[in-house]
Write a protein that binds this ligand. Structure first.
Ligand code: 9WN
Length: 456
């Protein structure tokens, strides 16, 4: 139910409007990112949504995460989409008949009763589970929320760390731009250029029924997304990580099949894994177990992140193209997200703050919110999806990072900017970073949820 607009009455308060967006997106077991554009359950959306929903209904927030975790594969992966069987197949592309999870993913342990995609998204879930628990510890304990979630979250992290260390340096690789969540970021242009696109006539883009083509990825991008996903599916969603390669070699009696063409170590994906490792350590302690190994692992992963992805000349983290063996010389917002980490060396945190506020991202100067990509980059476009617009989830993460590293004034200003822009844009999916003009869908799930979180 949306709140009807009546110009003679003052608009309802922001928290009422944000809660109404989440109410309208609730299906009974989870929340859609957007009724029109994204009518199923998405993995990292659900984590962000649960973080806001906990302020309205801790029970729904727990249910949101439980629904997602129920679709986990036996190998530990949490799929990036859990399909709603009552939504028509042509409402979203790629639909369940493209992914064919229960058939193509059988060897990897895809569930039989629910249809999912076969790729993943950033691991925000343990962080979300811990924050949801804190909203109502009594209810959480009474329902055994963390007791049930913990083994699944631990298996999820194990999958990433053991099957997805494709670069061999201790970090996780994504094998598709949809996995990292910033689909058409200019950071992917170089590694994607090696992928032969699927012919445009071989699929139909349902997203263009809802979004303006200028705000969305191009057909050429989509051809490459489709090729990468169908190749992965046709390999049975098998991974090329250390364990995966050893298993395939023993089955096939040789070096195993080559993993996909796209493998990238991304700073935001890995930073969110580290933040979630800290959360898992807290969850373990709440459940009465000592968790020094998790704490150590989070610190080791932070070291690997610095070692493999920090670029001093850029003053930020960059993505590593694992197949080419080099850093990708593009400044995307993902390279700022490690500001979220408590054990980041102090000088690196200070440098990141300078970069966020400098000419490439403009915070406190030219921009209202931190853009998804370098304002001075050749590919910058203030309206095209992840090639410039500002997104609310990344700004929420940076607000936390600024606060964590003692930048209270900047964090307060960013918080005000997020709240104002979310309300003025009717909870847009993304906005022009200079003007705050709404792009993509409005009434977007995580925009409303993270607004609620900042209001509490
Ligand atoms: C593909 C749901 C998702 C977000 C992603 C965002 C967009 C999907 C799409 O929507 O991606 O997963 O169809 O464009 O890029 O971050 O999770 O909101």
């Amino acid at each position: 139910r949306t709140v009807a607009y009546d110009p003679t009455r003052p608009a309802p308060p922001l928290h009422v409007r944000a809660a109404a967006v989440l109410e309208a997106g609730w299906t009974g077991t989870s929340t859609v990112p957007s009724r029109g554009l994204y009518p199923h359950q998405w993995s990292w959306d659900s984590a962000f949504i649960a973080i806001g929903l906990r302020h309205v209904s801790p029970l729904r927030a727990q249910t949101e995460l439980e629904t997602l975790l129920a679709a986990q594969w036996a190998d530990g992966r949490i799929p990036h989409i859990v399909f709603n069987p009552s939504v028509p197949l042509d409402a979203y592309f790629p639909s369940p008949d493209f992914w064919r999870s229960s058939a193509a993913g059988r060897a990897a342990g895809a569930p039989r009763t629910v249809q999912t995609s076969g790729i993943v998204q950033p691991p925000v879930h343990a962080l979300a589970a811990w924050l949801v628990h804190l909203a109502d510890p009594g209810l959480s304990r009474a329902r055994g929320f963390l007791t049930r979630a913990y083994p699944r979250l631990a298996a999820w992290h194990r999958y990433l760390l053991h099957r997805r260390d494709l670069g061999g340096g201790g970090l996780v690789s994504v094998v598709h731009p949809w996995e990292q969540g910033m689909d058409n970021s200019p950071c992917w242009d170089r590694p994607l250029s090696r992928v032969t696109p699927a012919p445009a006539r071989s699929f139909r883009r349902a997203d263009l029924d809802h979004g303006s083509p200028e705000d969305r990825p191009t057909d050429l991008d989509y051809g490459r997304y489709v090729r990468l996903a169908s190749d992965y599916r046709d390999r049975g969603y098998a991974d090329g990580g250390i364990e995966g390669a050893a298993r395939r070699a023993s089955v096939e009696g040789g070096g195993g099949r080559r993993a996909g063409d796209f493998a990238v170590e991304d700073p935001a994906f890995n930073a969110l894994l580290i933040a979630s490792e800290y959360a898992l350590a807290r969850i373990a302690r709440e459940l009465g177990a000592a968790a020094p190994a998790r704490q150590d692992r989070a610190e080791r992963l932070t070291d690997a992140l610095v070692e493999r992805l920090w670029e001093p000349s850029a003053g930020m983290f960059l993505c590593r193209d694992v197949r080419a063996g080099e850093l990708i010389p593009e400044r995307g917002v993902s390279g700022l997200v490690p500001l979220l980490l408590p054990d980041l060396p102090r000088d690196l945190a200070a440098t990141l703050v300078r970069t966020v506020c400098g000419p490439h991202f403009g915070l406190g100067g030219t921009t209202r919110l931190v853009p998804s990509y370098d304002l001075l980059g050749d590919a910058f476009d203030p309206h095209r999806y992840w090639r410039g617009p500002a997104w609310f989830n990344t700004n929420w993460l940076l607000e936390r990072g600024l606060r964590l590293h003692g930048e209270r004034g900047r964090a307060d200003a960013l918080r005000r900017g997020i709240l104002h822009t979310a309300g003025a844009s009717d909870f847009a999916e993304y906005v022009d970073p200079y003007t705050g003009q709404a792009c993509g869908a409005t009434g977007f799930g995580w925009t409303a949820a993270l607004t609620l979180d900042l209001l509490h």
